[in-house]
Design a protein around this ligand. Structure first.
Ligand code: ZN
Length: 321
């Protein structure tokens, strides 16, 4: 297994989000990545390499150029420790700009694209440790701790070489990713997440959103109750996996969020530590060339363990094919 990681994410260190009208501590912290990389090194389950740099045209395939320019210019103009919530190009109050935001976001995209490149060169499984996460970033909006949609950019890159299924297992619906491919039939999007009637992003992720135009029937949402248990979750995952089998893609992209964990401070179904090994094993049993993109997960103490379990289960079951 290849693991793509860069410490350039450290450039992005927001201090606060605006939640319910008040400033509160920013949960998407750099320590999340320390928790992950420390555990993956301890487990020794993959070779850790740095990303290579890719041209901006791959980002323009998903995001509006004016939005990308805005992010670059705004980051550049901010003073040290300054934090800005702009009044446009943003969909909520959970994605502040800091001086290092553009650099870190660009590096996260490079991690995703470097992973996709390795998949194209024949690697069966790559884990891209992206930070900031990406699945809430849309065509011209940042939001939900996301700036560039790492998974969508990588999927678009892979779609030039074959069909792609994106399986999003973050606690929150990947509204940005869904929107990017909503009218496409060459990229299947499936998401298992908290019922948007109860949790962010509130406005999308309902089960009747099935795609439009040529993409009708190629978008699947599985909104779940907050009390969902391990066995209930695995049953829904199995439904997802059978849709992926029917679609029979050339590549699989997993938007891997771990805020489904019972003790996650901002998400949390009733899922326990060990189920992540089984989730990984079941996805791995598809035996597809798979790019795993890091999304959310905010329990810093447990995050590394959850991902270690997930990747161990995945690797064990996927084997070589
Ligand atoms: Zn999330």
């Amino acid at each position: 297994m290849n693991i793509i990681y860069s410490d350039l994410h450290l450039a992005h260190q927001p201090n606060y989000e605006i939640y319910d009208g008040r400033r509160s501590a920013y949960p998407e912290v750099a320590a999340r990545v320390d928790s992950i990389i420390t555990e993956l090194r301890r487990l020794g389950i993959g070779r850790i390499t740095k990303p290579t740099h890719f041209p901006l045209r791959h980002i323009y395939a998903v995001h509006q150029k004016q939005y990308v320019d805005f992010l670059r210019q705004c980051s550049k103009n901010l003073a040290n420790n300054e934090e800005l919530y702009p009044s446009y190009f943003i969909s909520d109050t959970y994605a502040p700009l800091t001086p290092g935001t553009f650099k870190a976001s660009l590096t996260a995209v490079d991690c995703a694209l470097s992973g996709a490149q390795k998949i194209l060169s024949g690697q069966p499984i790559v884990y891209s440790l992206c930070r900031p996460p990406g699945h809430h970033a849309a065509h011209h909006t940042m939001g939900g701790y996301c700036y560039f949609n790492n998974a969508a950019i990588a999927a678009e890159f892979l779609a030039n070489h074959g069909s792609v299924a994106i399986l999003d297992i973050d606690f929150h619906h990947g509204n940005g990713t869904q929107a990017a491919f909503y009218n496409r039939r060459d990229v299947l999007y499936l998401s298992i997440h908290a019922d948007p009637a109860q949790r962010y992003p509130y406005s999308s992720g309902f089960s009747d959103e099935c795609g439009s135009g040529p993409g009708e029937g190629f978008n699947f949402n599985y909104p779940l109750d907050l009390a969902t248990t391990n066995s209930q979750y695995l049953a829904v995952l199995d439904s997802c996996l059978s849709e992926i089998k029917k679609f029979n893609p050339d590549f699989l992209v997993v938007s891997a969020g771990f805020d489904t964990f019972i003790h996650d401070p901002i998400g949390g179904f009733a899922l326990t530590q060990d189920v992540y090994r089984e989730i990984g094993a079941r996805i791995g049993s598809l035996k597809l060339p798979t790019l795993i993109i890091q999304e959310g997960g905010y329990n810093v103490e447990y995050l590394g363990k959850l991902i270690g379990n997930f990747l161990s289960g995945f690797k064990l079951n996927q084997g070589s094919f």
